[in-house]
Ligand binder design. Structure first.
Ligand code: NAD
Ligand code: ZN
Ligand code: ZN
Length: 390
């Protein structure tokens, strides 16, 4: 089968790979019909703080048609021929964390199987991160093996085409979780860092829960894209501020006392690239993302700040003084527990309360995916979110 594999730093290619087969008792094999690229795939493409091995198959957002169901997953609502979307994280459905709906912390697929355990972090197994998170091949491929398939696949109704259902895998659940977990409520003024697909949908969901204002910080065409879809959104171009102004001073001009809620949907830490990588290798603590300090100092006192952008390991120059004195609630949103939200989100898509197509700027085939990675990485060609037809 064809799949997109990691060949080395900043190098991916579509190539022939072995078709997956049933290995464990609750596996389901699906023939992929749609997939996409996430901002998290870029951290893997760069290979700076997380490094794959040559030949690893990427991709953690995908949908498809069930081809084979292992005996342990039979009779649980899914059968051959069903059209399904996969959750980006792999959960067993029966451990203590899964029982509480915290599937992104699944004990069976996380413990001692993920890189995060090295520094006391924790995440469930993820598709397309290979040995870094449990050794599960990704879905930017023609076929994929879904462990605990009865828990990690959701059947799509005929009224929801692949192009809309696919995004239940990750970006919709991630951005909804960012908003709910950070605690956005009616009449709040919210500031969001990052106008990529995650930031875009988080902004959309803020209006759904009644936020009065949403201000998005990013730069260039990504802000224009957002304004064209949601005229109500206010924007701050962090790369084009007048001399003497900062994101913080601009936000405090825009909102008296500062935003009630700040949410990080960018992971600007990765902009540090090589320097960050060497610091990690030497076991040094690295500089906090400027965004985290910007959130802490811009937010209204006793307001809430959430981190959804991906961070790895330790950090330094963290403004703990401002955090303490201003009474800021800093929340790590974690990997979003997809299964907790996807029935409700599917209903919102079915009822046209949200339109995932507002994110989709490009439609391509699997053969073109290597070029897509580089365009998405360089933020070229107005590429917001891509639908990869497989
Ligand atoms: P993306 O790369 O498309 O968008 C990120 C945006 O952040 C870009 O537009 C970039 O210009 C902007 N940015 C970078 N530095 C900035 C700064 N200093 N200030 C303001 N904006 C800045 O990525 P995406 O797909 O939208 O994902 C966003 C983040 O969410 C990524 O870090 C991704 O890894 C993470 N993510 C987390 C989860 C989760 O469950 N927690 C799931 C999916 C994605
Ligand atoms: Zn993702
Ligand atoms: Zn579990």
């Amino acid at each position: 089968m064809k799949a997109l594999v990691w060949m080395g730093k900043n190098n991916v290619a579509v190539t022939e790979c072995l078709k997956p087969r049933i290995i464990e008792s609750r596996d389901i094999i699906i023939r992929v019909t749609g997939s996409t690229v996430c901002g998290s795939d870029l951290h893997l493409l760069h290979g700076s703080v997380m490094q794959l091995e040559k030949g690893d198959i990427l991709g953690h957002e995908f949908c498809g048609i069930i081809e084979q169901v292992a005996p342990g997953a039979q009779g649980k609502g899914l059968k051959e021929g069903d059209r399904v979307v996969a959750s980006f994280q792999i959960a067993c459905g029966t451990c203590l964390y899964c029982g509480e709906g915290l599937t992104s912390q699944c004990q069976r697929t996380s413990e001692n199987r993920t890189q995060a355990a090295m520094y006391g972090g924790r995440t469930a197994g993820l598709f397309g991160y290979s040995h870094l998170t449990g050794g599960f091949a990704g879905g930017q491929a023609e076929y994929v093996r879904v462990p605990y398939g009865d828990v990690n696949l959701l059947k799509l109704p005929d009224s929801v085409p692949d192009e809309k259902g696919l995004y239940l895998s990750d970006v919709l659940a991630t951005s909804w979780h960012a908003v709910i977990d950070t605690g956005v409520k009616k009449d709040d003024a919210v500031a969001i860092w990052g106008a990529g697909p995650v930031g875009q949908m988080a902004a959309d969901f803020c209006f759904h829960v009644g936020a009065s204002r949403v201000i998005v910080i990013d730069s260039g065409w990504r802000l224009d894209y957002l304004k064209s879809k949601y005229p109500k959104i206010e924007t701050v171009d962090y790369k084009c501020l007048p001399w003497g102004e900062s994101v913080r001073s601009r936000l405090q001009q825009l909102v008296n006392l500062g935003p009630d809620i700040c949410i990080e949907c960018a992971a600007g830490e990765y902009a540090k690239g090589w320097a960050h990588y060497f610091e990690m290798l030497l076991g040094m603590e690295t500089d906090t993302s400027e965004i985290v300090n910007e959130m802490i100092t811009s937010c209204k006192s006793f307001g809430r700040c959430g981190i959804t952008g991906v961070y790895v390991g330790f950090t330094n120059h963290f403004n703990i003084g401002a955090l303490m004195e201003r009474g800021i609630r800093l929340i790590g949103n974690g990997q979003a527990p997809v299964q907790k939200y996807w029935h409700m989100l599917l209903e919102m898509v079915e009822n046209n309360e949200i339109d995932p197509l507002k994110m989709v700027s490009h439609r391509v085939s699997l053969d073109q995916l290597d070029k897509v990675y580089h365009k998405f990485d360089k933020k070229e060609d107005g590429m917001q979110k891509v639908f990869v037809q497989t």
